[in-house]
Design a protein around this ligand. Structure first.
Ligand SMILES: Cc1ncc(COP(=O)(O)O)c(C=O)c1O
Length: 361
């Protein structure tokens, strides 16, 4: 059975990547793996826009999010979480579990943050040591501006930590230039790989904070990862070797194509999909075009329709999988993901299946 995934990750995995995934394993303590990790690191530096080495960890995105909390802070440190949806809230939950003093700025779903409010919180609480923000908020489709936040934290003793799990690849990103201190991304999104790997990029400022942190960590201790990489081009623990091997293929594909081209293609596909869905009578969830991301198109389902039934029908009859709404938008929203390598042809097909299902429902 094969399905076309219009979901904001996992995506469909291209055939040339699947061919590599099916190969027998190599060993992660041998010379060929060392070369592989070295090559991948160079490519990831380009993707993240940084001069520093990028850690490749075996985990889903949430584990990598947790690792950012555990590695830079100490018990009782104050942090600010900019919460623009489901995944922003996750940072609050993780920071609370680690005993940090959490300030929150919460925004209505479908909106971005207010820069002046962030500025005010930093003025009022100069002890804040880090800001957590979601680059692309997958529950709402909003793309939060990181560049402005970077200008705010650059000259302060405060880290900017960005969850770029869904936002990476399909939007411009420059860790060093924008003044982001830590960014995490995961394999199952724009990288077109199965779930299992996450990537963590760090600024020099973040590396200094890492030396000071006293929160407990073992598997997540970045110092272990840097030591293994610096000494041997290895990771400290057994990595998801098959996905690391496949990562080199997907990175080559993306970089050969050119990241700017990928971003532009996705932007155009988003526009195209928005128009198609509007023509079917759906209302776009995000009013402000300038904050719409290229990961998914969130639309409100007409009141008389149950979004869950709609997505189930398309999935079961046509093997086209579309994501529904999260939280209070469950059953009321469609999130049509465009991270998979899909074209307008598949979008047209999807639109016809949606139309057919709407008529029946
Ligand atoms: C923005 C964002 N953050 C965090 C996560 C959580 O990642 P995972 O499910 O890989 O743990 C996701 C997953 O969809 C996401 O889109």
């Amino acid at each position: 059975m094969s399905k076309t995934l219009f979901t904001p990750g996992p995506t469909n995995v291209p055939q040339f990547v699947r061919d590599v995934l099916g190969r027998d394993l190599i060993h992660h303590r041998m010379a060929d793996y060392h070369q592989l990790l070295k090559d991948i690191n160079e490519d990831l530096k380009v993707v993240f826009g940084t001069k520093n080495d990028v850690l490749v960890v075996t985990s889903s995105g949430t584990g990598a999010m947790e690792s950012t909390v555990a590695n830079f802070f100490s018990q009782g440190d104050s942090v600010l979480v900019i919460n623009t949806g489901w995944f922003g809230k996750r940072f609050i939950e993780i920071c609370n579990i680690y005993g940090l003093n959490v300030h929150e700025l919460c925004y209505e779903w479908g909106k971005t943050y207010n820069f002046h409010e962030v500025e005010e919180v930093l003025e009022q609480y100069p002890e804040i040591k880090g800001i957590f923000v979601t680059y692309h908020e997958t529950s709402t489709g909003v793309l939060n501006d990181l560049k402005s936040l970077g200008q705010l934290t650059r000259d302060r003793d405060c880290l900017l930590i960005a969850d770029c799990i869904s936002g990476m690849i399909v939007h411009e990103f420059h860790l060093d230039k924008w003044g982001v201190d830590c960014a995490v991304a995961s394999s199952q999104k724009g990288f077109l790989l199965p779930p299992g790997l996450s990537f963590v990029a760090l600024s020099d400022k973040a590396k200094l904070a890492m030396e000071r942190s006293n929160l407990p960590k073992y598997y997540w201790d970045y110092k272990k990862y840097f030591k293994s990489f610096n000494e041997k081009y290895e990771q400290p623990f057994t990595p998801a070797i098959s996905i690391v091997v496949a990562l080199r293929e997907s990175l080559r594909y993306l970089l050969d194509k050119g990241l700017a081209t990928v971003v532009e293609e996705k932007r155009m596909l988003r526009k195209y999909t928005e128009e198609k869905l509007q023509a079917l009578g759906f209302k776009l969830f995000i009013e402000d075009d300038s904050i719409r991301g290229n990961v998914l198109i969130p639309v409100i389902v007409p009141e008389e329709i149950d979004g869950r039934q709609l997505t189930a029908m398309i999935d079961e009859r046509h093997d086209f999988t579309v994501a529904g709404g999260m939280g209070e938008y469950a059953g009321k929203m469609l999130r049509v993901g465009i991270l998979s390598d899909v074209t307008t042809k598949e979008i047209d097909l999807l639109a016809s299946y949606i139309e057919e299902s709407l008529l029946e429902l």
